[in-house]
Design a protein around this ligand. Structure first.
Ligand code: OGA
Ligand code: MN
Length: 384
């Protein structure tokens, strides 16, 4: 008998030998009837379950001034948790200063979507069509609700963007010759958060931004393409809330369900670095949770050396409009350990030997079709 099965799920999970993770994934993904969410840990409300313990942080690793420069509260005010049975997993309940989230959201939507970063739209559109996604979308985003028959903006069709070493979804590898500069502000934020979690010297080498609409999900997977698994994996979320499932080292191990709200962070390190995980469901933020749109008000006066700049009212309004129905998740990864290096892409796997101008469109459209089919099979990228 499956001792982990709760009363609410027992009916659907009686057969032993079934894939418990898949069952629970489907349970939370289900629309009709809606699932019972009462087992989902909510770190934003006190100490939510006996499985949850306070995380051990290293507050001296980042001064209050350095934290504020990347838009974070003083570390002593962070509410950080670990889960019994998952050493190395740290959940930090929205440690951002109230005024700083709009900056990070704008970076995700307006700055990190720019070339030379790569996104799903590049797989079937020409480089000129996917340049300046924000500028091309912002007008459409400001339409009043109800204009669903209008064509979707590029931003609404965006599913992923890769930064630094660009993750290749087909081969599940990184390669030495597919790399753009990693954003300096996001590296600074990541290095501070990882240092507080006991990992000084973190190098942000690859980033994946996932863009979720209300009906999107992310399939069950492990992030193992990085060469050095002793370095942590970092995750930031903005906008709509999500149910996140953290499983075990085996695909069948039953997962723990938790909410990720806007501003929440996760660090997966040590024994938790290679755990299975998934996002079965996107949800509106709970009552009383200020969405980033109402958050903040005027930005605090920026300090010297701050990377967090004021966001224009216009940009802020467009970000809010997008996030009313969307979630953005950013994962930051160190790919290489000391002395390690990546191979070049084998010539047989290069997109085109003639360069991106000639032939890009057709070849990419083809690989886009392959990608969609395969992904719905093993579900390692956002699906709608
Ligand atoms: C990922 C991932 C989780 C999330 O991008 O690998 O697991 O919360 N994202 O979106
Ligand atoms: Mn992942």
């Amino acid at each position: 008998m499956l001792s982990y099965v709760t009363g609410k799920m027992a009916v659907s999970m009686v057969e032993s030998g079934e894939d418990a993770f898949r069952k629970i994934f489907k349970f939370y993904k289900r629309r009709v009837p809606p699932p019972d969410f009462s087992d989902v840990i909510d770190f934003s409300s006190g100490v939510p379950s006996e499985q949850v313990v306070a995380a051990k942080l290293h507050p001296a690793a980042v001064s209050d001034v350095d934290a504020a420069r990347v838009g974070l509260q003083p570390v002593r005010d962070w509410r950080a948790f670990s889960l019994q049975g998952h050493p190395g997993f740290v959940f930090i309940s929205n440690p951002f200063l109230r005024s700083s989230q709009p900056y990070w959201v704008r970076q995700c939507l307006k700055t990190y979507t720019q070339k030379p970063n790569i996104c799903n739209l590049d797989m079937h559109m020409s480089p000129s069509d996917t340049r300046d996604i924000w500028d091309k979308s912002v007008h459409g985003l400001r339409r009043p609700p109800g204009g669903q028959r209008d064509p979707k903006t590029l931003l609404e069709r965006l599913r992923w963007v890769t930064l630094g070493y660009h993750y290749n979804w087909d081969t599940k590898t990184y390669s030495a010759d597919s790399c753009s500069p990693f954003p300096a502000d996001l590296h600074l934020l990541s290095s501070h958060v990882t240092a507080v979690c006991g990992f000084p010297g973190f190098i942000s080498e690859a980033g994946i931004l996932n863009f979720y609409r209300s009906d999107s999900s992310l399939g069950i997977h492990v992030d193992e393409s990085e060469l050095d698994h002793t370095r942590p994996l970092l995750s930031f979320s903005f906008g709509q809330s999500a149910v996140f499932l953290l499983g075990g080292a085996c695909r069948r191990d039953p997962p723990t369900a938790m909410y990720m709200h806007s501003g929440d962070m996760m660090v997966m390190s040590g024994q938790s670095r290679l755990l299975y995980h998934a996002v079965p469901r996107i949800l509106p933020p709970p009552e009383g949770h200020a969405a980033p749109e109402t958050d903040g008000g005027p930005a605090a006066s920026p300090q010297d050396g701050s990377v967090v700049e004021a966001v224009s009212e216009e940009d802020r309004a467009a970000c809010c409009r997008y996030l009313r129905t969307s979630r953005v998740n950013v994962t930051v990864r160190q790919v290489l350990g000391p002395g390690q290096s990546l191979p070049e892409t084998p010539s047989s796997q290069r997109r085109t030997d003639a360069g991106p101008a000639a032939g890009y469109h057709d070849g990419a459209a083809d690989s886009g079709r392959r990608r969609r089919r395969r992904r719905s099979g093993n579900g390692d990228a956002v699906e709608t």
